[in-house]
Design a binder for this molecule. Sequence first.
Ligand code: HEC
Length: 318
Amino acid sequence: MKNMSPWWIRIPIIFFIIFGLMEYFIDSGEKPAFIEYPITQFFLLMVLLILIAIELILKSIENVMFQTLSSEGKERYLESKSKQLEWSWGKKMYQKLLGSKPIEAEGEIILDHNYDGIKELDNKLPPWWVYLFYATIIFGVIYLIRFEIYGDYDQDLEYELEVAEAQAQIEAYKKTAKDLVDVNTVALLTEASDISAGKSIFETNCVVCHMADGGGGIGPNLADEYWILGGGIKNVFNTISEGGRAGKGMVSWKQTLKPLEMAQVASYLLSFQGTTPANPKAAEGDLWVDENAPEEESAPNDATPDKETDSTSVVINE
Ligand code: HEC
């Protein structure tokens, strides 16, 4: 086997090819496989060690074979070997991109001026720089056509798409991290599993004072629309978490219940709203009107129906 490249190129290239194949074939979701499955790190380490071992073995075989050669053979071998190592393609490419004249040829491009013995070479612009410059021109033209003429998409749209994507990610995250709720982020839970979890929490902890149907006993009625400490999921969550007014008997539950559990039981007890408990306690507190409730609920009440009857009665009176 002829080795055209030195080991310090061979090993990383093979290693990263295997690494790439591994990432391609192992389905690890969003995260790279070597993070998702730590065992693959071990695999990669083994691959690396094996690659190094192969190199070492090849080297020693080469060495042994070399010792068996006659001295003439050794010379020829070393000669061919040093040629291989030159890696002439890379060198040529480098020279070409740099575009500089070898020192021997500098005489051709020297300018006539002579400033106190300092002379100037009329070097060409280095090709790597020129190519880069052309590339920016091509990029610019494509950019102009795509975004200014055809108006593919603009920054506003890009921004909106990214925000929407981030929002979706937040939603997905919230689903996996329900336990992170606090009074600011809590939302009414509607999934049956959450409600039934809330029910069992309520039945273990709260029934003694609030009754199984929320009708109230030591604690106030939870089924009516009147709340001492404010209705709606946020206030209720806060009451459960921090407790009621001092000395009333409603303790703070945040030591006993996890945030998610408080959200579940709060969601459950809000489902009492609109039901009629067997033994309802008289309403206490104020009528709770949810400011965030959809408009339709308040609109018909305070405006249309009453005024319409008014106006008809006015008409009749006249
Ligand atoms: C020891 C009796 C007792 C227990 C147990 C109890 N509560 Fe209460 N609860 C009360 C009292 C008393 C109040 C009224 C507090 C006040 O007036 O400040 C109250 C108030 C509340 C309120 C606010 C009602 C309003 O009108 O603003 C909610 C919500 C509530 N409790 C939920 C719960 C939940 C959920 C549990 C179980 C995790 C629970 N309570 C357990 C006695 C209790």
